[in-house]
Design a protein around this ligand. Structure first.
Ligand SMILES: [Zn+2]
Length: 369
């Protein structure tokens, strides 16, 4: 059976803002609506999605206690949304559970934690988040933290993993939690590969050979990740898919993000609504790469390491723009169709669509004797 899996989206941010995923989330620029959203349970169903990892994301700007509190808040929102919609979705923490959910006609909601800040410097907190259902942890986000350096920190703090970061890697191996190398610096990546006994995942990253961005992985990194049995899940963010777009859009993306902060503070002000709309429209006016560019990145990984080390990690609800033709999760089948057009067999597509990621998850969760 084909299990279509998205290994990373920021949907909990929308839940925290009050979105009701049981119904189609209303889009718009007035209070109670959402300027840009990509995910809800109905759209997931329309897209034929069988499982999705909801990211428990915390910003590196938060203090440790704020980060921990925020993580609990987001986890609660995900629990609430799942419990309120038992006819559409169910929790999953293992591949076996996810397959059972699919058999029962339910979409699986997994949780990953994006940024290890909420565990502070305490491995027992890591174990607690694991018990709450977090199955992977992205070691850091946009800045270095207590665990390792980020690929977008201005200055390296540790030159890779910190001493505590090594303990985190060891403990994640021991408790069967997947290590996510998206967002971490190249030096941190090589350290993780050296110290992890289990395969690791990049839940939402693209290929640097096709688009030169520090968030993307070099061919050398992709080969080493695959040799260790891991998987890279291609991100849908146009700025990671395509360098030309990234250069053209960067100023407008910043403007849109700033405007969104203002809008969030008071969405009832008509002048702010208008400015928010204008910022979104200005960004949308720049020609975006087609969704087929996602499949170019898949092709590139396949050429390097074969079909068993690549998948999909949309980053929906965490990105301001989507590729042309793939404006939300309801369009996910277009990628499957494009893979077929490019000559991938059904067996290969099953691996790319979700089989590879579930295989790594199974392997990581098989605890060492
Ligand atoms: Zn991210």
């Amino acid at each position: 059976m084909l299990f279509l899996l998205d290994s990373h989206c920021d949907a909990p941010l929308m839940l925290a803002k009050g979105a009701d995923f049981g119904r189609r989330v209303e889009q718009g620029f007035t209070p109670g609506r959402f300027p840009i959203t990509h995910v809800d349970f109905q759209r997931m169903k329309k897209g034929g999605v069988n499982g999705s990892f909801f990211a428990i994301y915390t910003s590196c700007a938060l203090t440790p206690d704020q980060a921990t509190r925020r993580a609990f808040e987001l986890i609660s929102r995900v629990y609430d949304a799942v419990e309120q919609n038992p006819d559409q979705v169910a929790f999953a923490t293992t591949p076996a559970q996810a397959r059972r959910n699919a058999h029962n006609g339910l979409i699986s909601i997994f949780m990953g934690m994006e940024n290890g800040a909420p565990i502070q410097k305490d491995l027992s907190m890591l174990r607690m988040f694991r018990r709450l259902g977090i199955t992977y942890m992205t070691l850091t986000h946009a800045r270095s933290n207590e665990i390792c350096d980020s690929c977008t920190s201005p200055e390296p703090r540790w030159g890779g993993l910190s001493p505590f970061g090594r303990e985190v890697v060891e403990e994640m191996n021991r408790i069967g939690m997947m290590i996510d190398v998206s967002h971490i610096s190249d030096d941190s990546f090589w350290d993780v590969l050296r110290y992890s006994k289990a395969p690791v995942v990049a839940t939402h990253s693209c290929c640097r050979a096709l688009s030169d961005h520090p968030r993307n992985m070099t061919d050398e990194m992709i080969v080493a990740l695959a040799e260790k049995g891991g998987v890279i899940q291609v991100n849908f963010y146009p700025s990671f898919l395509d360098t030309t777009y990234a250069v053209k859009a960067s100023a407008l993306i910043d403007a849109q993000e700033d405007m969104q902060d203002v809008w969030l503070k008071d969405p009832s002000d008509p002048a702010v609504q208008e400015k928010m709309r204008a910022a979104v429209e200005a960004l949308k006016a720049i020609p975006r790469p087609s969704y087929k560019r996602i499949v170019d990145h898949i092709d590139h990984v396949v050429k390097l390491v074969g079909v068993k080390h690549v998948g999909l990690g949309s980053d929906f609800d965490g990105i301001e723009v989507c590729p042309e033709g793939l404006d939300d999760i309801s369009r996910m089948q277009k990628i499957i169709i494009e893979l077929r057009k490019r000559g991938y067999s059904e067996y290969e597509i099953r691996h790319i669509a979700g089989g590879n990621f579930l295989r790594v998850m199974e392997q990581v969760q098989r605890l060492p004797e």
